[in-house]
Design a protein around this ligand. Structure first.
Ligand SMILES: Nc1ncnc2c1ncn2[C@@H]1O[C@H](COP(=O)(O)OP(=O)(O)OP(=O)(O)O)[C@@H](O)[C@H]1O
Length: 376
């Protein structure tokens, strides 16, 4: 593909060490306030890693240490084989897109996209080909002559992405790039970013977001942060299916967590546990030992009102609320004094508040999570 050949041919010498991002025990402090606490994390070349976590957990700070806008008080940042910890942002070969577009209002779209190329004093013929190529990648080729004020929010953010990739960065940093957009535009922009990454598979992307559906859709790996620390990290599906701790289970996918006791291993990866007087079975992915007290993680969509398989667990409960949301019914119910949530396909006759229900869930779909605070 011409696009990628061009990128390789014009790659700066410093891009040859690959585009892996490494955080090695990186800490950031403002006075006595530690906002990033010994972060160690690798983003492999060509991967998208999403950092998620509550407000103030240090996601943006982590991203800005890679960009060079925040200096770590300890630790090292590497890009490829280079230690960039003390390099100026300009020397790091990074593209960055932030929440609020940040286009130059007095420059036409094409001049915004050309800006970084001119700053790097690239030859005019490269600028002339790179600008339309980059705009085409985000579907904005027809808007080259417009000013930012003549574009919608989603279009401005596409131009900001084109501007970031025009310099052919090794690393693309995205800091809440879609959070100023409305829900429908966000969804189409998520598709757009996925397509962009298919077009530029060597590009390593670090993506900070509040929105876990963006993270689940786009990322190969997800890191979950809290209080300046990385609390969980894993490939997207494993992290969702087998969260390593309570915080990860609750933050990613709002799992139901039932306190269970007396773990007894079964065949394979499974174990039996007790929830009050009810025996339940589940995946023991984290290999917790005989007799453990832990949490049973059940996603809201894994509860069913009909028994589906032979290995199904069941619980009885009292319906507390029923909410119709168009494509799903959300039901909350009380089981053994715990409020649990389930989602189901829309029902013509949903159970009513106060009704007794029996819910079923398969041992294959649910996992045991350590309660121990050392894990989370
Ligand atoms: N320049 C600064 N001076 C002092 N404290 C700062 C500075 N920048 C960030 N902080 C603090 O560092 C902590 C982490 O901020 P950061 O922006 O990294 O969090 P975040 O996880 O990205 O949050 P959000 O999701 O709200 O953007 C916060 O408590 C914030 O108030």
């Amino acid at each position: 593909m011409a696009e990628k050949k061009g990128a390789a041919a014009t790659a700066a010498p410093e891009t040859q060490g690959g585009s892996r991002i490494g955080f090695e025990n990186v800490s950031v402090a403002y006075g006595s306030l530690v906002v990033l606490d010994s972060l160690t994390l690798t983003v492999n070349p060509g991967e998208i890693v999403a950092l998620i976590g509550p407000s103030g957990s240090g996601k943006t700070t982590a991203l800005r240490t890679v960009a060079g806008f925040v200096r770590p008080s300890a630790g090292r940042i590497t890009i490829g084989d280079r230690d960039v910890t003390h390099l100026a942002p300009y020397d790091r070969n990074i593209g960055m897109v932030v929440q609020n577009y940040a286009l130059f209002p007095h420059l036409r779209v094409e001049e915004n996209v050309a800006f970084g190329l001119r700053a790097r004093r690239l030859p005019e013929d490269i600028i002339r080909s790179r600008v339309p190529e980059s705009l085409a990648m985000v579907g904005m080729a027809a808007y080259a002559k417009r000013y930012p004020r003549e574009l919608s929010g989603g279009q401005q953010q596409r131009v900001a992405i084109a501007r970031a990739i025009a310099i052919r960065p090794q690393v693309l940093l995205l800091d809440e790039p879609l959070s100023a957009l409305d829900a429908q535009i966000r969804r189409s922009m998520v598709d757009e970013i996925a397509k962009l990454h298919r077009d530029l598979p060597a590009l390593t992307v670090l993506y900070v977001t509040h929105d876990q559906s963006e993270a689940l859709t786009l990322a190969n790996h997800i890191g979950i942060m809290r209080d300046g620390k990385l609390r969980a990290f894993g490939d997207t599906q494993s992290l969702f299916r087998h969260p390593p701790n309570r915080f990860a289970a609750e933050f990613l996918g709002r799992a139901n967590l039932l306190p269970v006791s007396g773990l007894s291993p079964l065949d394979g990866n499974r174990a039996r546990v007790g929830f009050g007087n009810t025996a339940l079975s589940a995946q023991n992915h984290h290999g917790m030992p005989q007799g453990s007290d832990c949490l049973l993680c059940v996603r809201p969509h894994d509860f069913k009102l009909q028994q589906a398989r032979d290995d199904s667990n069941s619980l009885t409960g009292i319906v507390r609320s029923v909410q119709w949301q168009g494509d799903v019914h959300n039901i909350t119910f009380d089981a053994g004094g715990h409020e649990l949530r389930m989602t189901s396909m829309p029902m013509s006759e949903p159970p009513q508040p106060g009704a007794s229900i029996e819910v079923h869930f398969s041992a294959a779909d649910v996992t045991l999570v350590p309660e121990d605070s050392r894990h989370g």
